[in-house]
Each structure stands twice: as structure tokens, then as C-alpha cells.
Design a protein around this ligand. Structure first.
Ligand code: COA
Ligand code: MG
Length: 287
């Protein structure tokens, strides 16, 4: 699963070139908030040209919200160039995925593309109503690959002037949004992706937040600056000690097939730990 998802403004040629040359697992070519409305037609054309030139599983597009007047024109412009996936902002729930899925099916057919090839990821906490609908992504749409969350638009929608407390921790509504995103993604069986860390000069803060997200169960994290890609990839890549520990757990159960629980280094290890160890080895490509 993709660890780092780097936003690149869809009208910024220099950043697009830099993104393509970098190490982000996914580039999200953005047609929404980072593009001024007047630049949208040019951005659509540039994004479509880049998709055609660099086709592959790395290139996703964030379109405008379904409730905006731009979403359909965004899709008409980019679907024929076959992006790997569409990131849908400001979604209100699973019904929006179904609707986007229908649009994609029609446009894939019009473009002669195989139906269902283009995946969907959703920014699932950007509207107040969305917070009440995180359970609606399960069972998952066939195209749904990931849920992520956003604290910026949600803060604006809630009338807040800040989404963090003075000590830097997310305020309660945004911690709730993050937890609901995680649970909604797990319930649907799709990847939970943590939101952006906006202070892009603070590498230590980013690493701390990414490590906490990984401990909580997130599979990756959004990025807004190329300098964030390395720390995110590192945080979501199991290190040698984690791999060795997981291999010991798997080996201990393999050696004692009749046992439901074993002791390792003075700690009880049972089925949830075995599942965790197997997931970590799969993440490391050793499972
Ligand atoms: N993708 C690719 N390249 C990027 C980039 C991005 N998201 N952000 C910056 N760069 C490039 C710059 O073009 C610059 O390249 P150069 O040295 O070849 O000129 C280099 O990285 C260093 O950039 P820097 O000067 O540190 O940042 P900045 O002040 O130019 O830009 C932002 C800061 C926040 C405007 C910029 O990072 C950005 O546009 N981020 C994405 C915003 C976005 O998409 N938001 C929507 C989702 S929340
Ligand atoms: Mg936004």
C-alpha cells in the first residue's frame, strides 16, 4: 500500500516535474483547493497531459467536490487520460462514492477504458455531516481503495478559528474525525491514510505525527511538500527490529501449533499479536 501521498498543485509545472522525479508513492495532481478557479481550465489540460505522458499506478487526481460546479468538467478532462485513481474531497458518505463510481463507469466507457480500472479514495471528514457517515463506506465499493481525513475544511465548516490546541495537539473534534476515519476505513477494509502535516519546515514534528499515525493503524500519510516524503516513507516502513520481532512471533506459533498463546521476552503473545505480526511482515514485503 502507498505510504506517501504528495499533493501537487495541478497548475504548477515546476512542482509537477519535481513531484514526478521524487520518491512519493502517490502523486495527487490537485484540481481543488490549491488551484485558483481562474486557472482550472489550464490545470485540467496540464494534468491530462502529464497523465498521458507518465501513465502508471502513482498518478491520482483530486477533483473538486461533487457539490461544486467543477467536478464533472474535472472528470471529463482527466478520465480519458486514465489516472490510477480519483481523490474525492468533501464527501458526505458512501453514496458519494457510488455516484462517482457511476460517473467513472460512463466516462471509462466513452474513452474505451476497461470499466472499474480507476480507483477512488475519499477525504471523508471535511463536512460536519460526513462525521455522522463514516460507517457508510462499508461494505466497500469495488473501486474504493482508501479513506483519508481533513482538519482544515472541517475547522472552517465548524466555525473554528484553529484546529489545534495551544500545545499542538488536535482539538477534540479533529481527534474524533481522525478516529472515525480510521474505524470507517477498517470497517470497509480499505487503507486509512492520515491527513497532512501543514508545518512543512518542521521535520521532527512530522516524524512524530507520522509515527503516531502508524502506531494507531494508519497505512500512510498525505504530504504537501517534497521534504515530507522521506520522513513519511520511513515512518510507514517497518524497521529491522520490528521485522525481527514479528518473525519471532510467527516462528513461536509455527513451532507450537497446538498453542493459542506463547510467552516472548516475558510478555503474553496471543492471536491478535500473531495477526499484527503477519500484517507487519506483509507491509515489509516478507509476508
Ligand atoms: N510538490 C512538488 N514540488 C513541490 C511541492 C509539491 N507539493 N511543494 C514545493 N515544491 C518544490 C518547489 O517548487 C521548490 O522547487 P524548486 O527548488 O525546483 O523551485 C522546492 O520544492 C522547494 O519548495 P519551497 O520553496 O520549500 O516551498 P514553496 O514556498 O515554494 O511552496 C507550498 C510551499 C506549501 C506552497 C507548496 O509546498 C505547495 O504548493 N504544496 C502543495 C499544496 C497543496 O497541494 N495543497 C492542497 C492539499 S492540502
Ligand atoms: Mg481542502
Amino acid at each position: 500500500m502507498a505510504r506517501s501521498w504528495l499533493f501537487v498543485p495541478g497548475d504548477a509545472e515546476r512542482k509537477l516535474a519535481k513531484g514526478l522525479a521524487g520518491e512519493a508513492d502517490v502523486l495527487i495532481l490537485d484540481l481543488e483547493d490549491s488551484v485558483a478557479p481562474a486557472n482550472l481550465p489550464a490545470a485540467r489540460a496540464l494534468v491530462a497531459a502529464i497523465l498521458r505522458e507518465h501513465a502508471g499506478p502513482r498518478l491520482w487526481v483530486r477533483i473538486n467536490a461533487l457539490a461544486s460546479p467543477h467536478a464533472l468538467a474535472d472528470l471529463v478532462a482527466v478520465v480519458p487520460a486514465a489516472p490510477a485513481g480519483i481523490l474525492l474531497p468533501k464527501a458526505d458518505g458512501g453514496a458519494d462514492v457510488l455516484r462517482l463510481g457511476h460517473y467513472l463507469s460512463a466516462l471509462e466507457a466513452a474513452a474505451g477504458l476497461p470499466e472499474g480500472g480507476i480507483r477512488i479514495a475519499v477525504v471523508a471528514t471535511e463536512t460536519p455531516a460526513a462525521l455522522f457517515a463514516l460507517g457508510s463506506y462499508a461494505p466497500p465499493h469495488d473501486r474504493l481503495a482508501a479513506l483519508t481525513w481533513g482538519a482544515e475544511d472541517l475547522a472552517t465548516a465548524l466555525g473554528a478559528s484553529a484546529n489545534r490546541e495551544a500545545d499542538g495537539r488536535y482539538a477534540a473534534p479533529y481527534q474524533l474525525a481522525r478516529s472515525l476515519c480510521l474505524a470507517g476505513a477498517a470497517a470497509a477494509g480499505v487503507a486509512p491514510i492520515d491527513t497532512v502535516f501543514t508545518d512543512f519546515r518542521d521535520a521532527a514534528g512530522l516524524s512524530r505525527e507520522a509515527a503516531a499515525a502508524r502506531r494507531a493503524g494508519f497505512a500512510g500519510k498525505l504530504a504537501i511538500h517534497p521534504d515530507q516524503v522521506g520522513p513519511i516513507n520511513a515512518a510507514f516502513t517497518p524497521d529491522a527490529a520490528e521485522i525481527a520481532h514479528a518473525e519471532r512471533i510467527v516462528a513461536a506459533f509455527a513451532a507450537n501449533p497446538g498453542l493459542g498463546t506463547v510467552g516472548i521476552d516475558g510478555r503474553m503473545i496471543d492471536m491478535p499479536h500473531l495477526k499484527q505480526a503477519r500484517r507487519l511482515l506483509a507491509m515489509a514485503g516478507r509476508g
